[in-house]
Ligand binder design. Sequence first.
Ligand SMILES: *[C@@H]1O[C@H](CO)[C@@H](O)[C@H](O)[C@H]1NC(C)=O
Ligand SMILES: *[C@@H]1O[C@H](CO)[C@@H](O)[C@H](O)[C@H]1NC(C)=O
Ligand SMILES: *[C@@H]1O[C@H](CO)[C@@H](O)[C@H](O)[C@H]1NC(C)=O
Length: 360
Amino acid sequence: MLWITEFSCFFSAALAMILLSPSLQSFSPAAAIRSSHLDAYFRPLPSDHSLRNFSFRESPIFRNADGCRFSGGDSGVCNPSLVHVAITLDVEYLRGSIAAVNSIIQHSVCPESVFFHFLVSDTNLETLIRSTFPKLNLKIYYFAPETVQPLISSSVRQALEQPLNYARNYLADLLEPCVDRVIYLDSDLAVIDDIAKLWKTVLGPRTIGAPEYCHANFTRYFTGAFWSDKRYNGTFEGRNPCYFNTGVMVIDLRKWRRFGYTKTIEKWMEIQKMERIYELGSLPPYLLVFAGHVAPISHRWNQHGLGGDNVRGSCRDLHAGPVSLLHWSGSGKPWLRLDSKLPCPLDTLWQPYDLYKHSH
Ligand SMILES: *[C@@H]1O[C@H](CO)[C@@H](O)[C@H](O)[C@H]1NC(C)=O
Ligand SMILES: *[C@@H]1O[C@H](CO)[C@@H](O)[C@H](O)[C@H]1NC(C)=O
Ligand SMILES: *[C@@H]1O[C@H](CO)[C@@H](O)[C@H](O)[C@H]1NC(C)=O
């Protein structure tokens, strides 16, 4: 795989090469699923990453392309032609969030039609995001960690988890009632296609859409306590539950509000606190509520697992098929590996969107 290190800024060409090369498509979905379990866990920041030292370049100018039919208008966030995207901003993943936003506007035919909903637990980040993207349609929402802290079960790993990981559960409450649909995106990804295509996903009767992985053995996502308790073990009866990654979801907020899914998720989290029905953090409640009831989206919209497991040299390849979104789920992150001068080959596909200004 030495030749792969040669791609630098010609990432589109490189991507095409990858897609044409069967030898690079060997990464099994099961491996990706394993690795993506890790993405929620907190790791301490390098000490030089205090907010004061964060500095980002201003994003390049973006404008609607000629083929764009979005005409703007003055109804603000309630304009029905907008594409709504929700992303969390926190100090640890800030560089990733900013690159994700940058990637979306760079590849959008109508970047002025994209409205960003940023979820923060630290309001100091507002100034930073506004100065990095002066022209961006955006709104900042404060997510109080106390909303979810009492619900996070006290097992060692989960206690270290960031409350902001759970902010996606509250989008239906946080966002304006006029916002009926939202794309939720994790902070460790790059969109390399027009986000409007993902926005137009047909959800049919479903509340959420996501790429599904139906070959995963579902048993292992829950503990023996879950499978042997007759109050719980019939949860998936009559469904064909498939794993999905909650880092890329299209959500019908109207249905979510109508069916009160936030409360249902909270109820499972309360059960988890007492009975330990699963080992992981924010994902299993989504599986409990939605698995088997998810509108399937093409896998091109979540080429996940690229973070790998952070063991040196454990770089991951893409799955077979076309790519619209690259997702560095897993514990390795492209910005950390690029800084350490030991990047994985695919990390160079993230690099063009990085707006971080190194101080030296
Ligand atoms: C962070 O910023 C402060 C004040 O601007 C500076 O004194 C300190 O050396 C910086 N730390 C690093 C690691 O760059
Ligand atoms: C799924 O996993 C469970 C527990 O790990 C195991 O007992 C079961 O045989 C597996 N099923 C399949 C179809 O592999
Ligand atoms: C659910 O749990 C009950 C009680 O332990 C058990 O009898 C039953 O077989 C379980 N059902 C399934 C589908 O595992």
